[in-house]
Design a binder for this molecule. Structure first.
Ligand code: KG4
Ligand code: ZN
Length: 351
């Protein structure tokens, strides 16, 4: 079964073809970062218009690269939420219309489910087991992107429990805002992480927010203020910027790791998977590998290209739901705010 995936929830247009037998075929992502950079953040209306420009050309390009025509497609999956309403409507409208014209089902996919399941798509054995009807081993997912920071207990496909989430800024957002206040261009997260590589550990010391009390929620906005004060009162040289970046990164990474450990304890699960743009952070990867090794647990990261927003994860989640007989009606519906725990389960036999 071949499923076309379309992602337009924010500032990336992503298109992919996923085959339940052969795995991921071609996939393409067009990033609007340059478009929004001058405004220091995503401008929703500009995002929608750019998705209008890019979605069809990317579908054509992806199908051509996969050596397929639209007639080969068995279903069209699209991100129906959460996200920017106008941006979502572009993908939903294109996907729904394409599916209707091809007389194949359309599948409305939850963006975060896409992120959650992406690590399973990357593992050929897991993928094959899922398509053969075997449930995955339950795991804890850490979703860390520019829009979300969540810990989710994954009891099965479509069976998600929100264990904790950020009460204010998402981890990626905190990276971006911190980078901005030290003069780095938008989106500064990856640049801040690169600069932190030159920074000396321990020169500055920031709090590990909300780790001194029980619970799995996060709060990152106070850290940004700590950086602001440290930067304002410093000599503002490149070396100091690097030292502050290092201290900030260490604080975020330690905080995420402490909560991941708690989530593993709370669920009794032995597997942790990390997804979302901040999952590309090298120091976070190292730290969570250490944590897993200490506890005899396993940690998995999809490759960075599958960590950030993409159409492949949407095609994959859509394929799993389509195999289970789930698909959307003929309307064009989007759900900009959408609680993952309300999703229907995909019934699979236990492993
Ligand atoms: O998942 P994503 O591509 O988009 C959504 O937000 O949905 O995540 C983008 C976020 C941005 O905030 C970006 O600064 C952050 O991920 N990011 C990083 C790194 N690479 C991307 N943050 C820290 N270290 C990185 N290496
Ligand atoms: Zn995302």
């Amino acid at each position: 079964m071949k499923v076309l995936g379309i992602e337009t929830s924010c500032d990336e247009t992503g298109v992919a073809v996923y085959d339940t037998v052969d795995g991921l075929g071609a996939h393409a992502v067009y990033s609007q970062i340059a478009l929004h950079a001058q405004y220091g953040g995503v401008v929703p209306e500009l995002a929608s218009r750019d998705h209008v420009r890019k979605t069809l050309p990317l579908i054509r390009q992806t199908l051509a690269e996969a050596g397929l025509s639209t007639a080969d497609i068995d279903g069209v999956a699209y991100t129906a939420g959460p996200g920017l309403v106008g941006a979502l409507l572009v993908g939903a409208g294109v996907a729904r219309a394409l599916a209707w014209s091809l007389d194949v089902p359309a599948i409305a996919v939850h963006h975060m489910e896409g992120h959650l399941l992406a690590p399973l798509m990357d593992d050929a054995e897991q993928r094959a087991a899922l398509h053969a009807g075997h449930a995955p081993e339950p795991f804890v997912a850490l979703l860390v992107s520019g829009g979300h920071t969540q810990l989710v207990g994954v009891d099965g496909v479509g069976r998600y429990r929100l264990l904790g989430e950020t009460l204010d800024d998402a981890a990626g957002e905190a990276f971006d805002k911190t980078a901005k206040l030290m003069g780095l261009p938008y989106p500064g997260g990856p640049q801040l992480a690169a600069i932190a590589e030159q920074g000396r550990p321990g020169v500055f010391k920031f709090a590990r927010p909300m780790t001194d009390r029980p619970g799995l929620d996060f709060s990152f906005s106070g850290l940004k203020t700590q950086v602001l004060l440290a930067w304002r009162d410093s000599d503002q040289t490149d070396a100091t910027r690097a030292d502050i970046a290092r201290a900030f990164e260490d604080a975020v990474v330690d905080t995420l790791a402490i909560k991941c450990a708690r989530a593993l304890d709370a669920t009794g699960f032995r597997r942790l998977v990390v997804s979302g743009g901040v999952g590309a952070n090298r120091r976070l990867r190292e730290k969570l590998h250490q944590l897993a090794a200490q506890r005899g647990a396993i940690v998995g990261f999809p490759p960075p290209v599958l960590c950030t927003d993409n159409g492949a994860m949407i095609a994959f989640a859509g394929a799993l739901r389509l195999q289970a007989g789930q698909h959307a009606d003929l309307g064009v519906h989007v759900t900009p705010r959408w609680d993952m725990s309300t999703l229907p389960a995909v019934e699979l036999a236990t492993a």
